[in-house]
Design a protein around this ligand. Sequence first.
Ligand SMILES: *[C@@H]1O[C@H](CO)[C@@H](O)[C@H](O)[C@H]1NC(C)=O
Length: 388
Amino acid sequence: MSSLYLILIFFLLNSSTSSAMITYNILRFGAKSGGQSDSSKALLKAWGAACATTKPATIYVPPGRFLLKNVYFYGEHCRNGAITIRVDGTLVAPSDYNVLGSSGNWIKFERVTGVSIYGGTLDGQGTSLWACKTSGKKCPEGITSLAFYNSNKIIISGLASLNSQMFHVVIDGCHNVKLDGIRVSASGKSPNTDGIHLQSSSGVTVLSSHISTGDDCISMGPGNSNVWIENIACGPGHGISIGSLGWELQEPGVQNVTVKSVTFTGTENGVRIKTWARPTKGFVKDVLFQHIQMVDVQNPVIIDQNYCPGEKNCPHQVSDIKISGVTYQDIHGTSATEVGVKLECSKASPCGVKLEDVELTYKSKPVEAVCTNVGGKLLASSDNQRCL
Ligand SMILES: *[C@@H]1O[C@H](CO)[C@@H](O)[C@H](O)[C@H]1NC(C)=O
């Protein structure tokens, strides 16, 4: 054998082993399907094994229902920067909401890098907690179904989240995150069940997702930048919202957000920016809402800088959050109320907005627009929106 040949064989063997994924099936770590026996430890053991190697690894959840209590994945001692979690089954929260109580999160990742979740269903079993909350009884706060904190290079693709107790998915303090093909489903009457909540994160894309829930389909808190949201169906729900902002006295701003190709159906709001009427310094700038279809939406286009539910905690105060560079472009469809465009900005810092090709109707007539403290431009829209 020539030495060249040997080198070639060596090279082939080497490349095939390094590209082969190691797979950790949670059944091998003691998980049991059937939805009765707690598989939390098995999943964490599989994570431990994947973290112990530096080779790309897959944690596999086969078909079936797997009961999980709180499962927290920490990245501090993880050597692996490429862990895939492939889920063919359903992860189920305990049916008694007192088990997880007010523990914050059900499935949580913290300080991880390079984690991808493909497929799977999360069943938060939230219906009994919602009933407790809406009855006015004293109940635990409930938990977010899936949360990533202070993490980088995250992919969540093809995941379904059903009936979360509180928020479905939270991304907080993360960079470089892709969510794709997410299906969120909960009753339109379920309290505080935001679909996807982004906070203090940058470089987040949310693509091709279908969100039906009882609160915001997507909400963006303070400190988000470079966010891209495209091809979303929202409804029922409270729409896509930047805010609430301005609860804290000092807050990082929200910058460079694109929301495009979204259909809102029967939602409370369409595209919304909302700030507490408190004297907080902060900003929202460079936001594009584009190619939006409204179907029977109560507040299709709304900026509310006077947010103060119950008139508590903000008496006679105005928001000092500066809103600028907000463009509404190609927004069509139907409003469920007469006022389809409501831009109520702060007298402390008037908004800079541009409306271009915004044509909404209420009972087949153009909607009205109400604007306060707004500066900006209006292009090619109907006369009713003369408030600019
Ligand atoms: C705005 O965000 C997008 C990603 O959503 C990014 O591609 C673009 O470079 C950002 N623009 C600026 C000026 O940072």
